[in-house]
Design a binder for this molecule. Structure first.
Ligand code: PMV
Length: 350
């Protein structure tokens, strides 16, 4: 009998949306109510490193995250395992000489190089790395877009972490989700000056999970209808244009407006959800004063489902942007850390 241990590894990056995914039209398949766009951050700064192995000598599927055993019984993780195994099984059915990896228990070991609880989109990098590592182990011929269909079922935003650079998740309109996947808007090299500064307002775990926050927004916010029908489609078009034309002022305005629109919908739910806090609002004011001082928009804030702020800026303006943050926020209590990250390309694996 085959008692070998088969192994493959990969890294996956964090992505931060500039047009936000918020709302599911199908919670089981993670199908969104709107398309979204994100920027992938450099793996030198933030990444998940994952190794996948399988062997007949393992007793059951397992996942270790940052040294701790993780629960894999959830429907999301199970969906990823099932989809990947089905693809491997199809290869094995077509070629009898391939080892039967699809029937062997999987052992997944995953490490983040940043604090998991920092409120960053660790689930995006985590599920993207899990899917890519198993796809590598199984030697699947699937493209990043194909794999994004699987990662999406782990965590919606994870589908965008299969690419570097500027990435769109097209919502699609099929009921089975087969057209709800990510594609590349532009390579990182198209606009290499882009930088992201991550301001950690609180390392505490977020209050309302994205899944229940989305559910509550879809069910109770009146503003949300306007967001998905008009605001997001307009922001998607404007954002793709801004990226293609390397128009930072437009990129920044759409990012900030879209973040504001998303948080306004959260505040419009019943009862309201507040992800931003006083420290977050201080960051918004700091960005506004940086832009006022520069006489043009050189910095853009965006917030996910938590109080931490991500500031996008161009490297050519780093002195004005970073300097101002040290000045204005240095005295604001509550800031834990600032992480400067670059926009990354996916093939710079460690
Ligand atoms: O992928 P999830 O289910 O954790 O949702 C992510 C939602 C936001 O981060 C707020 C927006 C986004 O597009 O990433």
């Amino acid at each position: 009998a085959d008692t070998s241990v088969y192994r493959a590894g990969t890294t996956a990056p964090v992505n931060i949306a500039v047009v936000k995914y918020w709302g599911k039209r199908d919670a089981k398949l993670n199908l969104p109510t709107n398309s979204s766009i994100s920027v992938t951050l450099s793996q030198a700064d933030l990444r998940t490193l994952t190794t996948a192995s399988c062997s007949t000598t393992f007793t059951e599927d397992s996942l270790t995250l940052n040294g701790e055993v993780s629960d894999i019984s959830g429907a999301r993780t199970q969906a990823c395992f099932r989809e990947l195994r089905a693809r491997r099984a199809a290869l094995e059915a077509a070629n009898a000489s391939l080892p039967k990896l699809s029937t062997m228990p999987l052992k997944i070991v995953s490490e983040n190089n940043f604090p998991t609880a920092a409120g960053l989109a660790s689930s995006a990098a985590g599920f993207a790395a899990l899917v890519q590592a198993i796809a590598n182990l199984y030697e699947l011929p699937d493209s990043p877009s194909d794999l994004s269909l699987i990662a999406r079922q782990g965590s919606g935003s994870a589908c965008r972490s299969l690419f570097g650079g500027y990435v769109a998740w097209r919502m699609g309109d099929k009921e089975d989700g087969s057209d709800s996947k990510a594609d590349l808007v532009a390579e990182a090299s198209h606009w290499p000056g882009m930088r992201a500064l991550i301001l950690v307002a609180s390392a505490a775990k977020k209050g309302v999970s994205s899944t229940s926050g989305m559910q509550q927004t879809v069910a109770t916010s009146g503003l949300f209808k306007e967001r998905i029908e008009r605001i997001v489609p307009d922001n998607m078009a404007a954002m793709e244009d801004a990226i293609h034309n390397r128009n930072f002022e437009k990129f920044a305005e759409v990012s900030m407006r879209d973040s504001n629109s998303f948080h306004a919908c959260c505040a419009d739910t019943y009862p309201p959800i507040f992800y931003m806090n006083d420290v977050s609002r201080a960051a918004i004011r700091a960005v506004e004063s940086i832009n006022a001082k520069a006489g043009k928009t050189i910095a853009a804030y965006t917030f996910d489902a938590g109080p931490n702020c991500v500031v996008y800026y161009l490297d050519e303006n780093k002195d004005a942007v970073l300097g101002a943050f040290v000045e204005t926020l240095g005295s604001t209590s509550g800031w834990k850390a600032g992480i400067g990250a670059q926009v990354g390309v996916l093939d710079e694996t460690v």
